[in-house]
Design a protein around this ligand. Structure first.
Ligand code: EPU
Length: 418
């Protein structure tokens, strides 16, 4: 197993290019199952999770060609409808094949994901939505076995709370259903807009992009399309926060500032200077950091996927900040590790109370999930001395060439065998 070693205390300087969004690439790749015609995807990030979904699609009979960051997917030869436990347990997003498989073949067998490091994360909203569309299930041996008698039937699906992959799954099923489907209280994350654009390009009829009410008029067949994956807003946010922590100045290119409204406001309030371009962001920290409070919310609120990273930044202020996690009940696994680096953080239910300590010190740390690992990278860049971060495979799931990009910004970072 590899680890990352970071010598902190060196300001970051330079320009880096943001990769395509993991959480857009995964549903868009799954959407290739909806039609036997080829799909072309540009700006696909090279991540462990995108390789995992390719492995899953391959097991279902999908073939692909890769040319740099362009992927051509061909699902004309689907031969199986099962997502196995081995793949689902490493990546919950495997559940995204359920909707397209049901729409295309009328059958799917997908392992139940179970709990994960950030909470229980059930899929009950997905299943209730599919039931509304006429799907029947059996739950046996840890698998959901789903069938639809004839064709999926359009209906109204109203989510209790907005669910990102739930909205994507129902959307992908509804585009080939008979009649009209209305998704109420839909999630509005930009990755869903990217999926709507792909499906529309394939011939789907969808009204309400970027709103919490999606209306889908089912069609009988979809066709080939060419779609570009949107920039990764969480990767963008992580590097902005990293510059805040380490100091210096950087320009991030190929990103979309409009996808980070809440984070940019928080970082400005925290004392960073941010200049937004059309598809770039310039960031610098010239003065001291200020404490801000954060509450995670569905888009356009503050993303839960950036909560751990901003918490690392808040340990470096001289004030008190309260970070409230409203999306996942157990997403504070990074706190114990940040404490090992000298942070003063108290957990009270779903809130973390961070008393800024001004400086952190390098330590041996490990993380239990992707964004927790990213927060340790942020903390290490600012800490005095060396930090050794174990279990790099978490970072490999969601950050394309993290070491190369930070090196390009002048960070003292290396990857080593444990
Ligand atoms: N929920 C249910 N039942 C369901 C579905 C969701 O109770 O059937 C709950 C969840 O437990 C959670 C809330 O609803 O409390 C919202 O979860 P959501 O379904 O929106 O999360 P997700 O679709 O499983 C995606 C991202 C996550 C990101 C969340 C929230 C992908 C592949 N994953 O997960 O990304 O944190 O939305 O924005 O899009 C990450 O990239 O590190 C990551 C975890």
């Amino acid at each position: 197993m590899d680890k990352i070693v970071i010598e902190g205390g060196h300001p970051l300087h330079g320009t880096i290019r943001i990769s395509g969004a993991k959480n857009a690439a995964l549903p868009l790749m799954a959407a290739c199952l909806l039609t036997p015609e080829k799909q072309i995807l540009h700006n696909v990030p090279d991540l462990r999770d995108t390789r995992t979904i390719l492995e899953l699609l391959g097991a279902l009979g999908v073939t692909w060609q890769k040319n740099g960051n362009t992927l051509i997917l061909d699902s004309s030869g689907i031969k199986d409808v099962e997502a196995s436990y081995d793949l689902v347990k490493t990546m919950r997003a495997s559940i995204l094949v359920l909707g397209p498989l049901l729409a295309r073949t009328g059958r799917a067998r997908v392992s139940l994901p179970g709990g994960c490091a950030i909470g229980a994360r059930p899929i009950d909203f997905h299943l209730q939505g599919f039931q509304k569309l006429g799907v029947t299930f059996t739950l046996e041996s840890g698998y959901v076995d789903a069938h639809v008698a004839d064709r999926l039937q359009g209906n109204t699906v109203c989510f209790d709370i907005p669910t990102v992959t739930g909205t994507e799954n129902i959307l992908m099923a509804a585009v080939l259903a008979e009649g009209t489907t209305v998704i109420k209280n839909a999630a509005r994350e930009p990755e869903i807009g990217n999926l709507v654009d792909m499906l529309t390009g394939m011939g789907a009829k969808i009204i309400g992009r970027d709103s919490d009410r999606l209306v889908i008029h089912g069609v009988t067949a979809l066709h080939s399309a060419e779609t570009t994956i949107i920039p990764d807003r969480i990767e963008t946010g992580t590097y902005l926060i990293a510059v805040g922590a380490a100091g210096g100045e950087a320009t991030l290119t190929n990103c979309n500032p409009a996808h980070l409204p809440s984070l940019l406001e928080k970082l400005k309030a925290a004392g960073l200077t941010i200049k937004e371009g059309v598809d770039s962001i310039y960031v610098t920290r010239s003065g001291p950091l200020r404490n801000v409070d954060v509450k995670t919310m569905p888009f356009p609120g503050f993303a839960t996927d950036l909560q751990a990273q901003i918490m690392a930044l808040m340990t470096l202020t001289s004030g008190l900040s309260v970070i409230n996690e409203t999306i996942f009940e157990n997403r504070f696994m990074h706190v114990a590790e940040l404490r090992r680096m000298g942070a003063d953080i108290r957990i009270d239910g779903r809130s973390a109370i961070v008393k800024g300590v001004g400086r952190l010190s390098g330590a041996r740390v490990m993380a239990t999930d992707l964004r927790a690992s990213a927060s340790l990278v942020v903390a290490s860049l600012a800490a005095e001395g060396e930090t050794h971060i174990s279990r790099v495979y978490h970072l490999d799931r969601g950050y394309d060439d993290l070491v190369g990009k930070l090196k390009a910004l002048g960070a003292k970072i290396r990857r080593e065998k444990e």
